[in-house]
Design a protein around this ligand. Structure first.
Ligand code: ADP
Length: 163
């Protein structure tokens, strides 16, 4: 039987507990999960793609492959032999965009299906953008962002406070 390889794509700038929740939920569903970190330098990410990959690898260990990609997701899927895209669905607001992406990806490659997973309710409002904004303003993100990521945020966003 062919291996069921799923790809979980995103910016992960930075990874937070909502992302990790989705990874933990999808891991037992497939033979292999590849976390695919989008190279989006033009969007001025807080962390470089290498830093994001290093942070994710530190958290998921050898349970998943972690790789970067740019360009079309369907081309990356071909390269890694993936046939399932995993996406997290938070609120109704995610749905319209996700539906468009899923149908376009299927149109580009009829072999690809997209699977949506809902996170634990505690993480339903969490996004990387909110994490960066709240952290920069001094908010407490314990329980929403893993400790090693909080340490990286501290170095990047509050260097003056530490000095
Ligand atoms: P973010 O919106 O946090 O910047 P990404 O662009 O990195 O996230 O998203 C990667 C994937 O993770 C998307 O499918 C997104 O819907 C999902 N995701 C993001 N945040 C959460 C969350 N809190 N719970 C579940 N899924 C999430």
């Amino acid at each position: 039987m062919t291996k069921r390889i799923a790809v979980y794509p995103g910016s992960f700038d930075p990874i937070h507990n909502g992302h990790l929740d989705i990874i933990e939920r999808c891991r037992p569903m497939f033979d292999e999960v590849v976390v695919a970190v989008l190279m989006n330098e033009e969007k001025k990410p807080l962390f470089s793609v290498e830093e994001r990959i290093e942070a994710i690898r530190g958290l998921v260990g050898d349970t998943c492959r972690v790789e970067s990609f740019s360009g079309l997701l369907v081309h990356f899927m071909d390269r890694v032999g993936g046939s399932i895209v995993v996406r997290g669905l938070r609120a109704v607001s995610d749905f319209e965009y996700e539906l468009q992406m899923a149908l376009m990806n299927r149109r580009l490659n009829g072999r690809i299906e997209t699977v949506f997973l809902m996170p634990k309710e505690d993480y339903i409002y969490l996004s990387s953008r909110l994490v960066k904004e709240v952290f920069a303003l001094g908010g407490n993100l314990q329980g929403l962002v893993p400790e090693p990521v909080l340490a990286r945020l501290e170095q990047r966003l509050r260097p003056a406070v530490r000095a």
